[in-house]
Design a protein around this ligand. Sequence first.
Ligand code: NDP
Length: 420
Amino acid sequence: MKRADKSSHTVEREFGGTLGAVCIPVFLPLTVLFLIGVSRTPSASLFQWPPPFPSSEQLWHPLVPVLLLGWIGLHALLYLLPLGKMSEGLELKNKTRLKYPINGFHAMCISVGLILLLLKLGAPLGRLFELLPPLAVCAIVLSFFFSVFLYARSFSVPSDALAPGGNTGNHLYDFFIGRELNPRIQDFDLKYFCELRPGLIGWVVINLGLLMKEAELQGSPSLAMVLVNGFQLLYVGDALWNEEAVLSTMDIVHDGFGFMLVFGDLVWVPFTYSLQAAFLVVHPQSLSWFGAAVIIALNGIGYYIFRSSNSQKNQFRRDPNHPKVSKLKTIPTASGKKLLVSGWWGFVRHPNYLGDLLMALAWSLPCGFSNLLPYFYVIYFTILLIHREARDDRQCKIKYGASWDSYCKQVPYRIFPYIY
Ligand code: NDP
C-alpha cells in the first residue's frame, strides 16, 4: 500500500526519514558556508584541508539583518500591491481553492528598478561580495526560526490543512518535511511568497552585486560574468513571468512548508546558485566569442526544451481541447485526467528536467574547465532532478496506477533519451 492510502502516522518517509531530518539541517547550512569559503580561495578547490570556512569575523556584520529583513519586507509589500491578476490554485482536500496574486514579475521589475536607481545614486552594490558570508548566516538563522514558527502554528490548523506526508507524529521529521500544506496569515500565503520571490529575486541581485565587484576589480565586467548574469536573469524572469505555473507544482500541491522548503527558498537558491558569479570575481576567465556563441546556443536549446515542454503540459492541463495540444496522443486514466504520450512528453518522461539541465551546464561553462566548483550546480541539480523524478514517479504511480505503467512502457526514458 502506498503513501496516499496510509494513515498519516505510517506514511512513507522521504529524504532518509528521521536520520535525514536530523543530518540535513546541520549539513546543508555548513555546505553553503563551505562553498562560499571555497569560491574565494585562490585554488577554489573543493578538496582543501582544513575546509576553508569563512572566518568568524567574516560571519557577522550589523548591516546584514537590516538588509535581509528590509529585502523580505519590501517583497512582502510588493506581494500585497494590487498589481497583476488573482489566480486560483488546484482544488484542496476540502474542495475549496485558494487565491494567489500573480504579480511576481512586477515585483522583480520594481525591485531590480529600485536597485538600479540606488546604483545610480552611488550605492556600493559590489559590497555584497564581502557581505555574502554574513548574509548567508543571517538567512540560515532566519530559516530555522521561521521553520519553528511554521511547525508550531501547524498545530492550530484543522487536520485537512496538513500536507499528506508531513504529519507522521515524529517531531524532527515533520519539522523538516513541513506539516502544514498552505500556511497563511489571512490571505498572505507564506509558502507561495517564499517559492519565487525573496530568494529567487535575491539570487539575481547577488549576481548583479558580484558583477559590480568584478567591474571594480578588473575595470569592466568580463564576458563570462555577463553571460552568467544574463542566463540566470532569463531563468528567474521566466519563472516569474510564468508564475501561475508554480500553482500546480509538487512544492505547492503536495509538500508541506517546513525547513526543507524554507531553507531551499531562502538560503540554498540565492547563496549556492550564485556560486558561478562568486567564483568569477576571484578567478577571472577569458572566453572567446566563439566559445560564448556555443554556450549561448546551448543555453538557448535548453531554454527552448524547458519552456516549450512546461508550456505544453500546462496548456494541456488547463484546456486539453486547446488547438495547440488537442492533436497530441494521450492515454486515459481512471482519475479522468489524461496523460500525454506524444509531443515533448512522449520524447522522455521529464523533458522539462532535460532542458533545465542543459541550461545548468551552460551556466557553468563560462567559468572554464580548471575547477570543479562552478560545476557544483549542474552536478547537484542532476542529483536533485533524478531524486525529484523518482518522487514524482512514485506519486504518479499512486495517482494513475496501470495507466502510469502503460505510459512508462511507451516512454521508457525518464530524463535523458537513450541513457536514463
Ligand atoms: P513537473 O512540471 O515535471 O510536473 C510533474 C507532474 O506533471 C506530474 O506529477 C503529473 O502531474 C504531470 N505529468 C507527468 N507526466 C505527464 C504526462 N505525460 N502528461 C501530462 N501530465 C503529466 O514537476 P516539477 O514541479 O518537478 O518541475 C517544474 C519545473 O521546475 C521543471 O521545469 C523543473 O526543471 C523546475 N525545477 C527547478 C528547480 C530549481 O531549483 N531550479 C527545482 C525543481 C524544479 P498531474 O498529472 O497531476 O498534472
